[in-house]
Design a protein around this ligand. Structure first.
Ligand SMILES: NC(=O)c1ccc[n+]([C@@H]2O[C@H](COP(=O)([O-])OP(=O)(O)OC[C@H]3O[C@@H](n4cnc5c(N)ncnc54)[C@H](OP(=O)(O)O)[C@@H]3O)[C@@H](O)[C@H]2O)c1
Length: 329
């Protein structure tokens, strides 16, 4: 077959995206379809109206196949991954309930990598980990630059009942171990808190982070810092690490670190009509300082990050458009 420079990068390739209907995965599926890939997207129920947005994507009619698969169902994952050239494993519970979090995150990840090995055609698996697998470490000094060398302390996660971070860290470790055992190429993206417009109808956990400061449910803001990134940049990061032949290891996907006070100030300035909190819940301790981080590895692959203010703005516009937030002018 003759391939000219105008041929999209995914032409003739089939990839699997687990948890295709999720916030990040929906943007990834959209991007992959735009790049010409055929996508096998796993969802728990292909007929659920909550996956309608996937079927409406451009190219979906011709090149999107929705496959029914739970993370604890190896045979279903195997059927979905069979015949694929690549896998994006994004599905994961997003909860601090240990029973619901740890087993599907860890066992599901092992199953996905095993299924990729079974298929025999998979060139690379991209695993969506989290900043939660990196920063939960009470011994990290204030001047340490958070980057791909950082790992969360599992005992600390357990002791503080942070089961989401625990589950993501253990799942990421399991991904490396299983990949080594089965000879699978695994590359990892570690996003920070993800914002930006939603393609799916329902509000996901990270979007609630913004919504709660506008709908009156948060009366005060916490004395805490958080790193942020736009969902479209996270989707692109997945594609870049999949397509770059030399990509390997972890990629921290972060645009900036803000104190909650900065977030509420940005919101109040952009959308002055909402009851955005003006007081911190902690009037005793000094203001927490943002940590330093490096997103150099993804910038080296060509990623230009969306500024956090733009991402916050588009998150709110989307919440208004989808009817999750009353429009106040
Ligand atoms: N959003 C963030 O701020 C953020 C930051 C860092 C990392 N991440 C990671 O990014 C990935 C996607 O997160 P997201 O924000 O897009 O969350 P999301 O919208 O809640 O998507 C999670 C997806 O995982 C699926 N899933 C959960 N449990 C499952 C199970 N047992 N079997 C099959 N599918 C299951 C969900 O399917 P259902 O729709 O059927 O529930 C959903 O499609 C996750 O791995 C998450 O840990 C997210």
């Amino acid at each position: 077959m003759t391939v000219d420079s105008s041929t999209p990068s995914g032409h003739g390739q089939t990839v699997c995206v687990t948890g295709a209907g999720g916030f990040i995965a929906s943007w990834l599926v959209k991007l992959l379809l735009e790049k010409g890939y055929t996508v096998k997207g796993t969802v728990r129920n292909p007929d659920d109206p909550k996956n309608a947005h996937l079927k409406a994507l451009e190219g979906a009619k011709e090149r999107l196949i929705l496959c029914k698969a739970d993370l604890l169902d190896f045979d279903a994952l195997r059927a979905a991954i069979d015949g694929c050239h690549g896998v994006f494993h994004t599905a994961s519970p997003v909860t601090d309930d240990p029973e619901k979090m740890v087993e599907p995150a860890v066992r599901g990840t092992k199953y996905v990598i095993n299924a990729a090995a079974h298929a025999g055609t998979v060139r690379r698996v991209v695993f969506t980990s989290s900043i939660g697998a990196m920063t939960m470490d009470p011994n990290r000094g204030p001047d340490v630059v958070v980057d791909e060398s950082c790992w969360s302390d599992l005992d600390y996660c357990k002791n503080t009942k942070n089961w989401y971070c625990y589950g993501k860290a253990v799942a990421e470790q399991a991904a490396y171990e299983m990949a080594k055992e089965r000879g699978v190429d695994v590359v990892v993206v570690n996003p920070v808190l993800v914002m930006g417009p939603m393609l799916q109808a329902a509000v996901n956990a990270s979007t609630v982070h913004v919504l709660k400061y506008l709908d009156g449910s948060a009366k005060k803001y916490a004395n805490a810092v958080q790193a942020y990134v736009d969902v479209r940049d996270v989707a692109l990061a997945h594609l870049l690490v999949y397509e770059a032949p030399g990509a390997a290891g972890r990629y921290l996907c972060a645009e900036s670190v803000l104190h909650r006070e900065d977030v509420v100030r940005i919101l109040a300035k952009l959308f002055p009509g909402y009851p955005v909190p003006t007081k911190c819940s902690d009037e005793v301790n000094p203001r927490k300082k943002p940590y330093k981080f490096s997103n150099q590895r993804l910038r080296d692959l060509g990623l230009q990050f969306t500024p956090v203010t733009q991402s916050i703005y588009e998150t709110v516009k989307c919440l208004q458009e989808k009817g999750h937030l009353k429009i106040i002018s």
